[in-house]
Design a protein around this ligand. Structure first.
Ligand code: MN3
Length: 202
């Protein structure tokens, strides 16, 4: 059975950029619902229940057809949110450091250019989805988007940073102003975690 991982900070830790009420509902209701629905989908599939979620998501086409969509949506939702919480912290923001900073500079120019390209991607998601910074099979950084709860790992990509742009992530505070939420998010990003994610892949 999959369970809700502990949130590494309090609900109000990311104020004023992400409000406590959004954080609490997002974590206790939305994330929990993905987990509950994933567990329900895997009932009676003991072999899958024992597998790491990342391995299940990497092999979606091999799943029984009857549960494939439910696992894609809810397994993806659980995986993406678990990853997302770790990317933020109180007093975050600033500039990237370390090897990921070097790689970003080499590939995109400066931080402003990274942010511009990432913001453009995040804005462009029609409906619900995510923007990601991923490492591809060749070890190159890419900025991509996914729809719904599709995870980059299902596409053979390794995410090192990602932003939830579903309305549930920002609507209480920002209403329809997704751009304001995206812009504010750079103040809570934990670049040390992004660096750690990157170093695990290279
Ligand atoms: Mn969400």
């Amino acid at each position: 059975m999959f369970v809700l991982p502990k949130l590494p900070y309090s609900y109000d830790a990311l104020e004023p950029y992400i409000d406590a009420q959004t954080m609490e509902i997002h974590y206790t209701k939305h994330h929990q619902a993905y987990i509950d629905n994933l567990n329900k989908a895997l009932e009676g599939h003991e072999a899958l229940q024992d597998k790491p979620l990342i391995d299940i998501l990497r092999a979606l086409p091999t799943l029984p057809e009857g549960i494939r969509t439910a696992v894609r949506n809810n397994g993806g939702g659980h995986f993406n949110h678990t990853f997302f919480w770790t990317l933020m912290r109180k007093g975050g923001g600033g500039a990237p450091r370390g090897q990921v900073a070097d790689a970003l500079t080499k590939q995109f120019g400066d931080l402003k250019m990274v942010q511009n390209q990432f913001n453009t991607a995040a804005k462009s998601v029609f409906g619900s989805g995510w923007a990601w910074l991923v490492v591809d099979a060749q070890g190159k950084l890419q900025i991509i988007t996914t729809a719904n709860q599709d995870s980059p790992v299902s596409m053979g990509l390794s995410p090192i940073m990602g932003l939830d742009v579903w309305e549930h992530a920002y609507y209480l505070k920002y209403q329809n102003r997704r751009v304001d939420y995206i812009t504010a998010w750079w103040n809570v990003i934990d670049w040390d975690q992004v660096e750690e994610n990157y170093r695990q892949l290279i």
